[in-house]
Design a protein around this ligand. Structure first.
Ligand code: 5GP
Ligand code: MN
Length: 342
């Protein structure tokens, strides 16, 4: 899975106690949060001093994962994050492929002289790192953390806390084992994690059955009142402006998953969610089947991600962004015209 020489070199680095910072990407999701926590529980057993840093607030429904209380959030305590970055011998970049994905933390990270190690599954990692533990054809960064631990011969260190964290990472990045999970390996790993104490149905409930009433009503409103279906392009768009979000008392994480719903329409191959955040429009892209949203996001919306799930931004208004989107996807009309089949 990983390059042997890198494993040896990093193994040597990790053979003495080090100050290590684990860093998540901006707008943290279940994978970046949980993969980082799994690494924290693992590296502490090896005698390292660990801090765990995140650019902005993660959704509250991950708060139960063991270790979550230890996250230092740049938006809330920039000074402490800077101190940890400055003191770090090693920085692990977890679930992102370029430092700019850490938002306001990126400048401090790029200035740091620490050894930078990336563990990630996004396309096209940048050249900002010293060591690469990357593989795009895998379910999640959580799965790569398992492979990382195994590569160093430390599988016996996988305890219940690590198993839960890796399981949450895989579960959330595959939509509960419904996409990016075509390899038997993912299930072999899941099976081992269950052997280490993961209670699958409990973990599922702790992550997914935690909506507030307003979050569920926002989902209903988004689908019923804010979804455009562009049949000719096999595409659908959901747009939520600040007023909509305020009306439903929006909290971080409340729009997670919303973008997937339009793909449940048989002929829709592309789904786009626009949300008005601060002065920018956050964009989420999802596709089913062959259409590559990473290309769309990186070519036109300053973003990227994976073939079937990407993100980006727009500095236009919501209406203008919808207009731009319609204009842009004209050029992909033929590529979007397919039926998924066996
Ligand atoms: P989401 O739509 O859930 O925010 O993101 C979907 C996927 O795209 C995730 O894997 C995420 O890491 C990636 N992604 C989201 N936003 C951006 C972005 O602005 N730039 C890049 N390169 N990737 C993004
Ligand atoms: Mn991920």
């Amino acid at each position: 899975m990983f390059d042997n020489i890198q494993v040896q070199k990093v193994g040597k680095l990790l053979s003495q106690p080090k100050n290590i910072a684990l860093v998540s990407h901006k707008n943290p999701d279940g994978d970046t949060i949980s993969a980082s926590l799994a690494m924290m529980h693992y590296l502490r057993q090896k005698g390292h001093s660990i801090s765990i840093l995140v650019p902005n607030q993660y959704p509250e429904f991950y708060n139960w994962i063991p270790g979550c209380q230890e996250f230092i959030i740049f938006d809330k305590d920039a000074a402490l994050v800077r101190e940890k970055v400055e003191n770090a011998d090693i920085i692990f970049c977890i679930d992102f492929n370029r430092l700019s994905r850490t938002g306001n933390m990126a400048t401090d990270l790029s200035k740091s002289k620490a050894v930078k190690i990336v563990i990630d599954h996004h396309l096209e990692p940048s050249e900002e790192f010293d060591y690469y533990f990357t593989e795009t054809d895998t379910s999640s960064t959580g799965e790569l953390v398992y492979e990382f631990i195994e590569a160093f011969g430390d599988k016996k260190m996988i305890n219940k806390d690590i198993a839960i964290a890796i399981y949450v990472a895989i579960m959330t990045d595959t939509g509960s084992f419904s996409y990016s999970c075509d390899h038997a390996r993912t299930y072999q790993i899941a099976s081992e994690l269950i052997g280490n104490g993961v209670e699958v149905s409990l973990v599922h409930k702790l992550v997914y059955d935690t909506f507030t009433e307003t979050r569920l009503r926002l989902l209903g409103f988004a689908i019923s009142e804010r979804m455009l279906v562009w049949k000719e392009f096999h595409a659908a768009v959901i747009y939520l402006d600040k007023k909509d979000l305020d009306r439903f008392n929006y909290q971080v994480g409340d729009t997670e998953g919303v973008v997937n719903y339009p793909l449940s329409i048989a002929d829709v191959n592309l789904s786009v969610l626009l949300t008005e955040k601060d002065r920018l429009i956050r964009i989420s892209f999802r596709s089913k089947g062959n259409f590559n949203v990473n290309r769309l996001a990186s070519a036109h919306f300053d973003g990227g991600g994976h073939k079937n799930a990407s993100g980006g931004t727009s500095a236009l208004t919501i209406d203008e962004t919808i207009g731009k989107l319609k204009e842009v996807i004209q050029h992909y009309k033929e590529e979007l015209d397919y039926k998924i089949s066996l």
